[in-house]
Design a binder for this molecule. Structure first.
Ligand code: ARG
Length: 466
């Protein structure tokens, strides 16, 4: 390339060799789609076997192709393979090396196939594997929560709305709230796998092929339930990737809320949990500090995962059918979201499993903020037949009185309460303790330890089958 071009002021910049280099840099995907090498080779092996069985290529050529592909697999796995940007992507890198290794037979592999269905099948295989990895990680996290829930089925803590003390709950119940969330994430993963479990291989460039291929055979060989039913859709569909990103974003958002709770709970002001040294760091200047860095990073990385979802939705939204090169941008988004989510799930599983629960601090906080006021109102309704609205009013006055006396509701004298309503008897104190409050909430899905234990049994059984 001439120096004149290299020094072009508008677009020369770092591309010393001119426009061809810029084209190569914007066009090539090998720097990231090399991650698909195993899927690419698997797809090619299945395709070549089918081509031989249908008589489209000779068995002899197929053997050469298979041998060459297996050699390439080994070369890549042992770090001996030389990836070339000039060869653009993983598909062409593999095919070019195959030609070097086996000569002209290599040229027969791409019969009845295009890079369009090739990349579609490679990426589907990768996303499907990743879905399975996420499912396992979610199961691990749920299992840890069930252990913690069992340990703390009767540990009381304040339940919050608006981050204001609302009613006492049990920590076990709080853990089970996350079990519900992550179990729904798991079911979303399972649903998504069901929907994407079709092989696009054989759609060729976009219109299918005149060769007598057997798409059921390749679908089966690659572990898909069946082949896709429309060749145009097969090469232009990326909603399995979008679905992965949305499942990832929802799950990351759940992880982020949990991370936020851990950040709050681990402050000295709350002191509900203490993170293990493995999941916290000290401050270089303030010796008293123990920072919840891992939780903060889980919270922050959610932004990245959510961003990838919006990114790919935006890439896809204006594309006419079928394939456009825009779709090459699907991979980095999914790869990064996957790597990030895997790490977030691992970190959170470790953190939740390791953290120490400060039962005394939780209990103390559970009783503060007049958390049993609703129990008092419920007692008035139940025992005195008072309409709830009136009971709410009477309770409000009791809270105000307790506030002026600077005591909790359970520390008020019977006479004080009777001065507000003369129907109140000694029996009311039985509902004002935090323990009795949670014990009484036995409605299905409620916070009573008995109910929490019931739900733990349910989830243990379900998880064994999940
Ligand atoms: N590297 C491309 C991608 O990831 C492969 C498909 C190329 N197809 C094409 N018609 N240029 O999308």
């Amino acid at each position: 390339m001439s120096d004149k071009k290299a020094s072009n002021q508008m677009w020369g910049g770092r591309f010393a060799s001119g426009p061809a280099a810029i084209m190569e840099a914007i066009n090539a995907s090998i720097s990231f789609d090399r991650k698909l090498y195993a899927q690419d080779i698997r797809g090619s092996l299945a395709h070549s076997e089918m081509l031989a069985e249908t008589g489209i290529i000779s068995t002899d050529d197929q053997h050469k192709i298979a041998h060459g592909l297996n050699t390439i697999l080994k070369e890549i796995e042992t770090g001996q393979f030389e990836f070339s940007t000039r060869l653009e992507d993983i598909h062409m890198n593999v095919e070019a090396r195959l030609a070097e290794l086996i000569g002209s037979a290599a040229g027969r592999l791409h019969t009845a196939r295009s890079r369009n269905d090739q990349v579609a099948v490679d990426f589907r295989l990768w996303v499907k594997d990743e879905f399975h990895r996420v499912a396992e990680a979610l199961k691990g996290l749920i299992a840890v929560f069930l252990v913690r829930a069992e340990e703390h089925a009767a540990t009381v803590m304040p339940g919050f709305t608006h981050l204001q003390t609302a009613q006492p709950v049990t920590f076990g119940h709080h853990c089970l709230a996350y079990v519900e969330m992550f179990a729904r994430d798991l079911s979303r993963v399972r649903d998504a796998i069901q929907r994407m479990d079709e092989s696009p291989l054989g759609a060729a460039a976009l219109a299918g092929t005149g060769f007598p291929i057997d798409r059921r055979q390749t679908a089966k060989a690659l572990g898909f339930r069946e082949p896709t039913r429309n060749s145009l859709d097969s090469v232009s569909d990326r909603d399995y990737a979008l679905e992965f990103l949305s499942v990832a974003a929802i799950s990351a958002t759940h992880l982020s809320r949990l991370a936020e709770e851990i950040v709050i709970w681990s402050t000295p002001q709350f002191g509900f949990v203490r993170l293990s040294d493995s999941f916290s760091t000290g401050s270089s200047i303030m010796p008293q500090k123990k920072n919840p860095d891992a939780a903060e990073l889980v919270r922050a990385k959610t932004g990245r995962v959510n961003g990838h979802l919006i990114g790919l939705l935006t890439v896809m939204k204006g594309l006419p059918l079928t394939y456009s090169k825009d779709m090459q941008e699907d991979k980095e988004a999914v790869f990064d979201a996957a790597e990030t989510l895997d790490l977030m799930l691992a970190a959170m599983t470790g953190m939740v499993g390791d953290m120490t629960i400060n039962v005394a601090a939780m209990k103390k906080a559970a009783g503060s903020g007049y958390s049993t006021a609703t129990d008092l109102a419920d007692w008035l309704v139940r025992t005195l037949g008072m309409p709830f609205r009136e009971a709410h009013h009477v309770t409000g006055r009791a809270v105000a009185l307790a506030e002026t006396k600077k005591v909790g509701l359970e520390k008020l004298m019977l006479e004080d309460l009777q001065s507000i309503h003369d129907g109140i008897t000694q029996d009311i104190f039985s509902v004002l303790s935090v323990q009795n409050s949670v014990k009484s909430r036995t409605s299905f899905g409620g916070t009573a330890p008995s109910e929490v234990r019931k739900q733990i049994r349910y989830w243990k059984k379900r998880l064994a089958k999940a």
